[in-house]
Design a protein around this ligand. Structure first.
Ligand SMILES: C[S@@+](CC[C@H](N)C(=O)[O-])C[C@H]1O[C@@H](n2cnc3c(N)ncnc32)[C@H](O)[C@@H]1O
Length: 233
């Protein structure tokens, strides 16, 4: 049953990447924020879980990281390989990561955790592959955002084939703590603000993100939360 459901979800993502390609995701410059918030430093070993078309891997080249990506969609990984043949990207399920214990200094998972069928298992795997002082950055959807509460959920417009889901701040906090993480920070997503401020055409790396997100967007209504996590052991 779960295997069949996973196949359905994977098929939906493969179809989406084949048909909608680049249009489906944010532009590359919208991804620097995650590496900035993590304080990424040259030489660190970095994993992007559910890397999609490799936007974050591309951004990470400017930080001199030793970067790896996995995604369940073979179409997404093929597209990365076409554009960036040298990138370390491969097909894998986040619930069974193909890496040794305590490999990475930095781990991201952007807009993808709620798409996973077994979130506790995915979080356990993330813990396993992170070094003891690993820094994690996870972007997840907020069920209290108006766009979700009054449009997607109420009008039943959730994308079921792609396993779209959302939870509120308290629920996500409990999920992360139960999985053995401590919360280092939680910020509202900046993307809608940046679009509103028409900053998309500028080099986003120079912005003080923490100030920007706190000044402009109440966390309870943000579309997505950016969680910074550490291992709680
Ligand atoms: C909304 S996209 C985000 C992609 C990327 N993180 C980004 O922001 O550009 C969600 C991604 O999660 C991937 N995904 C969903 N379930 C997964 C799983 N169990 N393991 C690995 N990747 C998964 C999909 O294939 C898709 O690429």
């Amino acid at each position: 049953m779960t295997a069949n459901r996973q196949q359905e979800v994977t098929k939906w993502f493969n179809g989406t990447y084949s048909k909608r390609g680049n249009w489906y995701l944010r532009p590359t410059k919208a991804y620097y924020i995650f590496l900035e918030l993590l304080g990424a430093k040259e030489g660190q070993k970095y994993l992007d879980i559910a890397c999609g078309l490799g936007r974050l891997l591309e951004a990470s080249t400017e930080y001199g990281l030793d970067s790896y990506g996995i995604d369940i969609s073979s179409v997404a990984i093929e597209k990365i390989k076409e554009k960036f043949p040298d990138f370390n990207a491969r097909v894998a399920n986040a619930e069974e990561l193909p890496f040794n214990d305590k490999t990475f200094d930095l781990v991201t998972c952007i807009g993808s955790l709620e798409r996973m069928l077994n979130i506790p298992l995915a979080l356990q795997e993330m813990q396993r592959v992170g070094k003891q002082d690993c820094n994690y950055c996870i972007l997840v959807r907020n069920s209290e955002a108006n766009s979700w509460k009054y449009i997607k959920a109420l009008l039943n417009l959730k994308n079921k084939k792609g396993h779209q889901d959302a939870k509120n701040l308290e629920e996500w906090t409990t999920i992360f703590k139960t999985a053995g993480y401590k919360i280092d920070g939680v910020y509202p997503d900046q993307y809608s603000i940046i679009k509103k401020l028409k900053l998309r055409s500028f080099g986003l790396k120079k912005i003080n993100y923490k100030q920007l997100v706190n000044d402009n967007n109440p966390i309870t209504k943000t579309e997505k939360f950016i969680f910074l996590l550490k291992k709680d052991v």
